[in-house]
Design a protein around this ligand. Structure first.
Ligand SMILES: Nc1ncnc2c1ncn2[C@@H]1O[C@H](COP(=O)(O)OP(=O)(O)OP(=O)(O)O)[C@@H](O)[C@H]1O
Length: 312
């Protein structure tokens, strides 16, 4: 697996300053209920963007609207400069899609599957190169039905790359894969990104978002509630540190935006005291995410304690 993939459009982009995806005020209703509710989103060319959010938040609905598979009720959507509703074959060929369920037939081998689907593309990529790019060379002669979950996902990615897309959509690409297969899969995606392909993926794995994404968007109840690089997600909340130590059997905690000052005060107040189990931690992406989607206590809970540096 040494091939670096190069998306052809990256060398001849017509509107280089236009984002790959631009969404404004997107609304989708089912039975009168808005499941996407005024969503704004930009995905820049060449970036990996991860969409996170609880079950039912509207991720798949949004992505399928961008792919042209579902119709929107309101809002503006531009994908590679075109409206997906009117996108023609040339536009569709610039887009790769990996959905939640597989579309690959089981009776054909990996190589036969790729050859079979090649006819759907105006300019299909060479089958052996695709197989090498996703690391399936050893399994090229095996029937799709006998592939493991991870190998199957690779085959789907190979299929999605067949038209040499500029933009790749992946809906929960690593769900069900074991930790080793997930990391191998990340390598495939990183190679695509390095070749210039823009990637929009949805995931429930925060470590996946943190590892792969240039930017993460959190969607909740059909709206984007935060967008940032993974290490800056949560804005001010991110700056909160928790200083924790043990006094006898009691664990003491201070939540503060100035951990150095807290540590100095602590040491000054008890110069000879030991501070067993002392730790200073920042909120993880998972903690920030849980707060953003309302599944963890809001930061207001601790801000009073933070300001006063009260031990509790
Ligand atoms: N065809 C449909 N008809 C009616 N309701 C739908 C339809 N498709 C989706 N929904 C509803 O829209 C909401 C958003 O669904 P969507 O699949 O976009 O969520 P999601 O964020 O992708 O969730 P998950 O993480 O579980 O995949 C859900 O309440 C779902 O039940």
């Amino acid at each position: 697996m040494t091939t670096t993939w190069t998306a052809p459009g990256t060398t001849a982009v017509a509107h280089a300053d236009e984002p790959a995806v631009r969404v404004r005020g997107l609304v989708k209703r089912y039975a009168g209920r808005a499941v996407v509710d005024g969503l704004d989103l930009d995905v820049h060319r060449g970036e990996v963007f991860a969409l996170l959010g609880p079950n039912g938040a509207g991720k798949t609905t949004t992505v399928e609207i961008l792919e042209g598979l579902r119709r929107r009720d309101e809002g503006e959507v531009r994908v590679l400069g075109d409206d997906p509703v009117t996108g023609r074959r040339a536009w569709r060929d610039r887009i790769g899609v990996v959905g939640q369920s597989t579309g690959a037939g089981d009776a054909l081998t990996v190589r036969e599957t790729l050859d079979h689907f090649a006819v759907y593309h105006a300019l299909a990529e060479d089958t052996d190169e695709l197989i090498a790019a996703v690391g399936l060379t050893e399994a090229a002669g095996r029937r799709a039905a006998t592939l493991s979950g991870g190998q199957r996902r690779r085959l789907e990615v190979a299929l999605s790359m067949q038209g040499r897309p500029d933009l790749l959509f992946l809906d929960e690409p690593t769900t069900g894969l074991d930790p080793v297969a997930r990391r191998q899969f990340w390598t495939v995606l990183e190679r695509l990104r390095d070749g210039g392909t823009t990637i929009l993926l949805t995931t429930h794995y925060l470590d996946e978002a943190a590892h792969l994404a240039d930017r993460v968007g959190v969607i909740d109840a059909g709206r984007l509630v935060d967008v940032a690089p993974p290490d800056r997600m949560g804005g001010e909340r991110r700056r909160r540190s928790t200083v924790r130590w043990r006094e006898g059997d009691v664990v003491r905690t201070v939540v503060t935006t100035e951990p150095a000052a807290t540590l100095r005060a602590l040491l000054a107040s008890a110069p000879r005291a030991d501070l067993p189990d002392l730790t200073v931690t920042r909120p993880s992406l998972e903690e920030i995410y849980l707060e953003l989607v309302g599944a963890a206590p809001a930061p207001a809970d601790v801000s009073h304690t933070e300001d006063e540096g009260v031990l509790r």
